[in-house]
Design a protein around this ligand. Structure first.
Ligand code: B1M
Length: 212
């Protein structure tokens, strides 16, 4: 059983005060930050997703749990930084058009920043044109897209096509991720890289830019 059972329960119930206190307690006890995120917080969101699928909870409760996780992440974010000064590369990231899920994307951004990348986050519901416009402006090394809904995954190839049409597809590496996304899908849509979680996203980014 996870050592973060109380934390997981508090996030699942959307009890912000308890979850924040549990997170602080785990930090003070010297727990590994990645384990707090993986075993305490993400496992809670998986449980929330299952309950939603079964019709036990509904969107308001899902939102409350998401807010609870975000409050806990505020305590953990500073601890994720590796304290590097030089930038490993520029990353432009966003959740694709039609999709409002941002917890995973934010986690990827934080981990990337923590590992020394400069991250520009376009937020959620980002249309292909916006990815293109910002990419033209800041000339990133990597364009990262997140999607949590099977219905919004097609916005990924649409964005890749928009990058191609604007002549910048060959100047950037495209990384994709999100719960329904797979390595096979990344291959199909000719993305350069896929990562199943935030830690692997950092490793993949380093690999893509030859800085690992
Ligand atoms: Co929604 N939702 N949701 N939701 N939600 C899911 C995704 C769902 C699986 C729940 C379920 O039915 N079991 C389901 C999708 C089914 C599908 O299409 N396959 C679903 C649904 C149906 C919906 C709505 C349609 C519900 C409705 O209104 N009827 C609606 C859609 C709204 C929209 O986007 N247009 C909706 C709404 C919401 C809330 C707003 C209430 C809330 C989001 C709040 C927010 O993000 N600010 C919400 C939540 C919280 C969830 C669940 C419970 C949790 C998602 C999450 O934050 N996980 C989710 C169930 C689940 O995933 N277990 C669910 C934790 C997060 C850390 O993981 O995002 O996977 P994840 O990110 C990981 C990896 O995927 C990876 O790294 C991250 C960290 O390790 N990763 C990348 C992510 N992006 C990456 C990018 C990369 C690389 C790796 O490179 C660039």
């Amino acid at each position: 059983m996870s050592q973060f059972k109380q934390l997981t329960e508090a996030v699942t119930k959307g009890d912000i005060n308890k979850a924040v206190a549990e997170t602080q307690g785990a930090i003070d006890a010297g727990s590994n930050v990645q384990s707090i995120i993986d075993d305490g917080l993400i496992s809670a969101m998986d449980e929330v997703g299952e309950r939603f699928s079964k019709g036990i909870i509904f969107v308001p409760q899902m939102l409350r749990s998401a807010k609870t996780m975000q409050e806990c992440m505020k305590l953990l974010e500073p601890l994720l930084k590796e304290g590097e000064v030089t930038t490993k590369g520029k990353v432009l990231i966003g959740t694709v058009k039609g999709d409002l899920h941002d917890i995973g994307k934010n986690l990827v951004s934080m981990m990337m920043e923590g590992a020394g990348f400069t991250v520009t986050d376009l937020g959620v519901d980002v249309p292909p044109e916006k990815f293109v416009q910002k990419a033209q402006e800041i000339e990133p090394d990597i364009v990262g897209m997140s999607a949590l809904l099977s219905t919004t995954m097609p916005a990924m190839p649409q964005t890749i096509e928009a990058l191609r049409k604007s002549g910048i597809r060959d100047k950037v590496k495209v990384m994709i991720g999100g719960a329904p996304v797979t390595a096979k899908y990344a291959q199909e849509i000719k993305a350069d890289s896929y990562a199943p979680d935030a830690g692997s996203a950092v490793a993949e980014a380093k690999k893509l830019l030859g800085t690992s």
